[in-house]
Write a protein that binds this ligand. Structure first.
Ligand code: PEP
Ligand code: MN
Length: 264
């Protein structure tokens, strides 16, 4: 298998802008769940860059559980992300929901995010495999590690070797948190694959209070980086406000995570 350690025993490094994910340094991707307005995305882009983020996340197309929830700004959101990149220099990580959108989203994105709900959308994986854009593949909420690796194989086997994996929590019987962080998946994936592995403690916990401690755990467990939801006013967020950090709390997360990275 192309993702396996048997295929390659050297760690793959994937470039996000100037930064390599999968090397020695921890890579931090931060930003809102959704792009909501020009003011919101520009404010948060500057704030996360100040705090030490290496890339800006933000959804323009949102895979919402309910069709009545905010679905994202679409094409306008992509333009705002491009503007935020121009203003801050931060590379852009944004989700592509459908095969037909791959070309359009590729114009604004430095990294194409494949959401948990699309982990086994094989047509989408194939289409992204035909591009040469870095892909951030999130684990499905009910997918095994093996299924995640086979999903990565769909991208790799079509020629796109720039794949980053992301643990974002799985469904268990536990209801105290939105999902359960499968912290095991971090060292398990690192043992099975040469691909970089990120942790998303925002979606894996669903509650901002637990994001920083679980982020520390992820780095201690060997994750190559983190993807974190940050919003200037979480209580007003159009999606995932309960798990979003305020900028000053994200700055504190960065300090703590750097301390852990130095200690391990
Ligand atoms: C997101 O990153 O905002 C998102 C929708 O994540 P996931 O696909 O992991 O639920
Ligand atoms: Mn979200």
């Amino acid at each position: 298998k192309l993702a396996s350690r048997e295929f390659s025993d050297t760690d793959t490094q994937v470039k996000i802008g100037e930064r390599e994910v999968g090397g020695n340094a921890v890579v931090l991707i931060a930003g809102p769940c959704s792009v909501e307005s020009r003011g919101q995305i520009l404010e948060i882009a500057h704030a996360v860059r100040e705090a030490g983020a290496h890339a800006l996340r933000g959804g323009a197309y949102k895979p919402r559980t309910s069709p009545y929830s905010f679905q994202g700004l679409g094409a306008e959101g992509l333009e705002l992300l491009a503007e935020a990149r121009a203003a801050t220099g931060l590379p852009i990580v944004t989700e592509v929901l459908a095969t037909e959108q791959v070309q359009q989203v590729s114009q604004a994105a430095d990294v194409l995010q494949i959401g948990a709900r699309n982990m086994q959308n094989f047509a989408l994986l194939h289409a992204i495999g035909e591009t040469r854009k870095p892909a951030l593949l999130k684990r499905g909420m009910s997918a095994t590690v093996e299924e995640l690796l086979m999903a990565a194989e769909y991208i790799l086997s079509h020629g796109n070797r720039q794949v980053i994996l992301c643990e974002r929590g799985i469904r268990t019987f536990e209801t105290a948190t939105r999902n359960t962080t499968d912290i095991n998946a971090v060292p398990v994936l690192k043992s099975l694959t040469h691909l970089p592995v990120l942790l998303d403690p925002s979606h894996s916990t669903g509650l901002w209070q637990f994001v920083t401690p679980v982020a520390r755990a992820g780095i201690a467990a060997g994750a190559d980086g983190l993807i974190i939801e940050v919003h200037p006013h979480p209580e007003e967020a159009l999606s995932d406000g309960s798990q979003s950090l305020k900028p000053e709390r994200f700055a504190e997360l960065v300090r703590q995570v750097r301390a852990v990275a130095e200690a391990v």
